[in-house]
Write a protein that binds this ligand. Sequence first.
Ligand code: RIB
Ligand code: CA
Length: 309
Amino acid sequence: MKRMKVWLDADPGVDDAAAIILAAKMPEFEILGVSACAGNVELHYTYDNARNLVAYTGLNVPVHKGAARPLMAEPHFAREIHGKNGLGGQTLPVSAAKHETLPAWDAIYEAACEYAGELILVMIGPLTNLAIALLKYPDLKEKIKRVVLMGGAVSYGNTTPSAEFNIHFDPEAADIVFSAGLNISMLGLDVTMQAALDENAIEKIHSVNEQGTFLANSMRQTLTWAKKLFDLDFVAMHDPCTFLYLVYPDLFRSAATGVKIELRGKLTRGKTVSDVFSDYKFADRSVDVVLGIDHCRFFDCFLEILGRY
Ligand code: RIB
Ligand code: CA
């Protein structure tokens, strides 16, 4: 089996942690490196979380520090959802790995040069690091095979009624990424909100193994928030959908569509404006927007991969 060369950029984050824990046991991937950015919580937490998750899962790949803030927007973290430390109050053994000196954008470019035409970027946080890399290295886009990102939405919002967190956190970065002519698969809230785990599912995850117990305990912070603020009785596993889409595309439903980022709307800034359900179609309709998932098979997959530890 030819393994997919993958670079992961994340803002761990409870669902980022789930994505990393699953991806580490998916042999279809050769994860070359991980980079962290500010997003769910401050960079010093997301960076440490990324390091500790990489060590905890046995991935043992370099972890690079990225942007501490959006390109232009003021940062608005999601501590109420992910807890102050970003892992729902859970802790992991501290990684003993050496600290990388190369910043995320340079490390992404180096990996793209080494694996030109093969590199798949999995982006599960704000797009700041990739935007900086694209601005600093104009030839980067030609070297990237595809970008699979969790972000945006055709019909939903979470951070605002119009915008999803990863895009809203840094709309200018998202605009740079979506305008760069990259081969993008966008997994927005339309599909990731269907990757819902209720208390029963979390209990099942808890009992699988040590990693499942860690994940279940970290998810309970998010579940408490979801119940309290929005009377929701589930946690959406947004970020793991990216890795599952790469390996099990038949679990999902997608459509080719045009996507542009709203930067100026008073109520719509950070919205991924898509022409999926519009008579009017954008000229460029090259974005693969993922709209649906087979929920039962998603959860079976989740448990099966988790059980590989
Ligand atoms: O809107 C959900 C996304 O924002 C997920 O990636 C979550 O981790 C947060 O980064
Ligand atoms: Ca994330």
